[in-house]
Ligand binder design. Sequence first.
Ligand code: FNR
Length: 190
Amino acid sequence: TTYKVGYFVGSLSSTSINRILSKALLRVAPEDLEFSEIPIGNLPLYSPDFDNDYPPEARALKASIAAVDAILFVTPEYNRSIPGALKNAIDWASRPWGKNSFDHIPAAVIGASIGQIGTAMGQQSLRGVLSFCNARQMTSPEAYIQYSPEVFKDDGEVTDDSTKEFLRAFMAEFRTYIGMVLTVLPRPQE
Ligand code: FNR
């Protein structure tokens, strides 16, 4: 079975190390996972005033999530939490009330920082948000990636074998996890 995975990069930086990490993950992922990025940088700031009439960017966001089997978050930690741009996208997708795009969706979380903490606090914060949104989160393995330009080339090539194997195992486990969740909770058909 092929599974469609939509991924969010939580950074809007043109030199994002999390974007590089996303490229690395796509390179080592099982071949039967099909990836598409779900952009967040074009969204206006969410307001309930839009609930009756979402703008095109926000409709596209919700349609993109509806079209995939699972979602992957690759995000930096900002001030010990998640970047505002990512939180804004999640808020859009979680609404209008009763039309939460994340309900029961299989999800995985990973992130990279320059420092040793590897986005651990940011991921904890994201997990709290995703819990409330009722996403089905893979809880293990956790993946707190310390970025270095020697290990991660800009095109996503990983030069260190143990790091590469760790990322490969993370994506393999996510594939298994997606299969488990969808067996019990098939994605709603449009
Ligand atoms: C950071 N950074 C950061 N790093 C960290 O380990 N914990 C943190 O809480 C923060 N907070 C933070 C806030 C803001 C506003 C910025 C701009 C940065 C540093 C961060 O890890 C570093 O800039 C990464 O390069 C961000 O990831 P991207 O954007 O390169 O993917």
